[in-house]
Design a binder for this molecule. Sequence first.
Ligand code: ADP
Ligand code: MG
Length: 386
Amino acid sequence: MEKIIKPSESLGILGGGQLGRFFTTAAQNLGYSVVVFDPDEKSPAGRISEKHICKPYNDVKALDELKASCLAITTEFENIPAETLQYLEKDSIVHPSSKAVSIAQNRIKEKNFLKKCGIPVGHYVVIDNIEAIKNIDEQYKIFPGILKTAQFGYDGKGQIHVNNIVEVENALITFNNAPCILEQKLDLDLEFSIVLARSVNGEYLEYPFIENHHKKGILDFSLIPARIPSSLEGEATKLAMKIANDLSYVGVMAVEFFITNNSLYVNEIAPRPHNSGHFSIDACIYNQFDQQVLTLTGNKPKNEVTKSPISLMLNLLGDLWLRNGKEMEPKFEMIVGPGISLHLYGKAEPRIGRKMGHITILGLKNQTQKNLMQKADGIRQILWEN
Ligand code: ADP
Ligand code: MG
């Protein structure tokens, strides 16, 4: 049984991007101070934390400094080397565990783990060496498929659509023969996610289901609650809970689902708060980062009373800053209004496809999801045309 870490103590986080920044704000609002560990001196979280250790993730002396300066450590992105977490958890409280992160950060381990737990996943073939191409049985209708690198992919990066074995061979060359998995491309009716929190003692909380819409492999907007058939709701919760329990997971986790032919498939898991859960910052009393702080400090997740049962979250990518071949600041002052919140992540440099911020639109009075989607279209139009 871990003891509860009280406010005024210090918490550590590996990674200082926007997720680390929201964690830092949540921890500070709950009375903690925060040490951010991130090799980037301009990291969004490092700029608002009490302390920033600006060293590579394999710098043992710096990791010792992190351990000495806080009582518990979490992570904001899954590509932290698993060895770093293993080193820290030898004598520090670390949530989620290196085991959970090492599974979630590698698509081969992740898919094999899900399958072993009896979780429905789409058909896939592991291609961890050139010989493994022989395992692809063209009769099995895996094509059209998507070849995904086992590690370091995000926002659709590290993925190539393939239609036959020759295209798989070429894609593997593009990936320098890195270990991959080949997935059957599913015909998606809908994508949604469950963001959940689980405590050391196994107490479980999940947010309302989140409907996700992607553009070019990057989350474009999320709608809450997801419009999924009610017949699938109980099953989805059961699956998410089973994954969290089987991993003995402590912290906040997201499970991404596909619905195809009225059946559920798990796409992937994220061992951290999730972009799709950002609505909770404005729509809920306790947001997903509060839950990350609560579970890290040995507390129960707190029931997320919603301030607004309907909401929409719209991502802002660097593309909006880089229109017509030049860099320009979007005119955010033109979209101010009741129920609309703007979050900018403090990233120095906009890049195409880079997440720079997001906008939340809360459903006021009797607004429907359709109203919110129309409002989002209006906001997009104003921002892109001015
Ligand atoms: P990441 O989010 O790490 O970039 P994902 O595996 O979640 O990678 O892929 C990004 C998006 O690509 C998914 O949200 C989905 O829209 C689409 N996608 C991924 N895998 C499949 C698949 N097997 N069938 C159909 N669409 C897919
Ligand atoms: Mg994904």
